[in-house]
Design a protein around this ligand. Structure first.
Ligand code: SF4
Length: 448
């Protein structure tokens, strides 16, 4: 094994993906395929696409594949709707051996016809799964014919498993959305003084919290991608004059494309934690260059900060000096979490992401203390090793990391898509602190 830091890396080929701040100067490797033989925590391509598109509330979401793939449904998501609830169904073509041998195109066409008859909708997303990539069903042609038959939009989502990792799924979903946004030919949509909010899936109503802040500032939200969105609202997306991006991992590509196609500039923001929420609201206000918006923004920040300050201080006193490990999907969330843990007196000793980008890892490296382990596309063995070595008391992650933390007798915070309480904005910062406190200081740990 070549000399590598941190010492004792289990799979040698992974050494470039792991760094200890202060001990190694070379940049961390990221945005690459997982190493064969390692159990990546990344979800599949189709799952990445479903994360992004499933919150479109009035669409038929049809999974073209074996029944197992469609078990990824609304039930394991927390995205809320203010109107339609069609997105809560997970439809499947239920491909069987016969379809794999003779092709599943006819079955898919029949499934679309049946669904459109039963559930009137202007929009169908058809997700490709691994086996469809193998047997080569022509999704494009089937969807095009179905769209003509029914006079609605039937959009193929090219998310079969062999085209890459979860990031490729995000991209497939963004490509599907781009097809939907296309303004009618010759009828460019007139720009309005509004923003699109990208990368918020309205988990536990988070989009509504941020929309209320923006409304109070005097900023209109044109459409959120994709939390609580629908066919009609998405169709108007090209009207906005600015795109703000919360989950850059999933939506940066869409923001770039919308700038290229519709001239809509974009900026990264984050509504996780007090510091980033205030900074992001100020950034949005500054983009409008309007004195009234800026002054209302300052009033809102002052009022909301005063409202939550004492609660945050109380939690800080209780948890000061504890150590946290972070393993989340995207880099932007990881960056905000470092600051958010600092607000409640907790140091980050290990941090990693499934799909972080180079510039995000550079920022992470700048923010964390010397000795912090930073890792991309980790496997459970590495997470266990570094959390244990670094003495982490708590892990923040998603559903796949939860059992690992509990098996190690460690507190755990769910920051994934299946949670039922909001973690965004000022109110979310208090919820986060409260949840960290309840797991970290739970008496259950005294019995281990
Ligand atoms: S079969 Fe492929 S698409 Fe379906 S859940 Fe498994 S990895 Fe994802």
């Amino acid at each position: 094994m070549k000399a590598a830091e941190p010492a004792g890396i289990i799979v040698e080929e992974r050494s470039d993906f792991i760094r200890t701040k202060g001990r190694q100067k070379q940049q961390l490797k990221c945005d690459a395929d997982s190493i064969a033989g390692c159990v990546s925590q990344r979800a599949c391509v189709y799952c990445g696409a479903r994360v992004v598109l499933n919150p479109v509330t009035d669409a038929i979401h049809l999974v073209h594949g074996p029944i197992g793939c469609s078990s990824y449904t609304w039930d394991i998501r927390g995205s809320l709707s203010s109107s339609a609830d069609l997105y809560r169904f997970s439809f499947s073509t239920d491909l069987k051996e016969h379809d794999v041998i003779f092709g599943g195109e006819k079955k898919l066409a029949r499934a679309i016809d049946e669904l459109v008859q039963k559930y009137p909708s202007k929009l169908v997303f058809v997700y490709s799964t691994c086996i469809v990539g193998v047997i080569g069903d022509d999704l494009e042609a089937v969807c095009k014919a179905a769209a003509q038959r029914h006079g609605i939009e039937v959009i193929p989502v090219q998310s079969s498993g062999f085209i890459g990792n979860k990031s490729a799924g995000y991209r497939a979903a963004c490509d599907a959305l781009l097809r939907l946004l296309r303004p009618p030919e010759g009828k460019g949509l007139a720009k309005t003084r509004s923003i699109n909010y990208l990368g918020d899936f309205n988990l536990a109503g988070e989009v509504w919290i941020i929309k209320n802040y923006l409304k109070e500032m005097g900023v209109e939200v044109n459409v959120a991608f994709t939390g609580d969105s629908n066919y009609t609202s998405l169709k108007k997306a090209a009207r906005a004059s600015l795109n703000i991006v919360q989950c850059a991992g999933s939506m940066y590509y869409l923001a770039e494309k919308m700038e290229e196609l519709y001239g809509i500039p974009h900026m990264n923001i984050s509504f996780l934690g007090l510091e980033d929420t205030s900074a992001s609201l100020r950034k949005i206000a500054a983009a409008f260059g309007d004195a009234a918006i800026m002054s209302k923004t300052e009033e809102l920040i002052a009022r909301e900060t005063a409202r939550v300050k004492d609660a945050i201080q109380w939690y800080r006193r209780k948890m000061e000096g504890k150590k946290a490990a972070i393993y989340v999907g995207g880099g932007f969330k990881a960056i905000s979490l470092i600051k958010q843990f600092r607000e409640i007196g907790i140091d980050v000793v290990m941090i990693g992401t499934q799909t972080g980008r180079q510039e995000e890892y550079d920022t992470i490296t700048d923010l964390v203390d010397d000795g912090t382990v930073i890792l991309d596309d980790a496997n459970p063995s590495e997470l266990e090793k570094f959390m244990t070595e670094k003495g982490a008391h708590l892990l923040v992650g998603g559903v796949k990391e939860r059992p690992l933390a509990y098996k190690l007798g460690m507190a755990f915070i769910d920051h994934n898509h299946d949670r039922k309480h909001p973690l965004s904005g000022f109110v979310g910062a208090v919820n986060f602190a409260g949840e960290v406190y309840s797991t970290l200081c739970s008496p259950v740990w005294n019995y281990i």
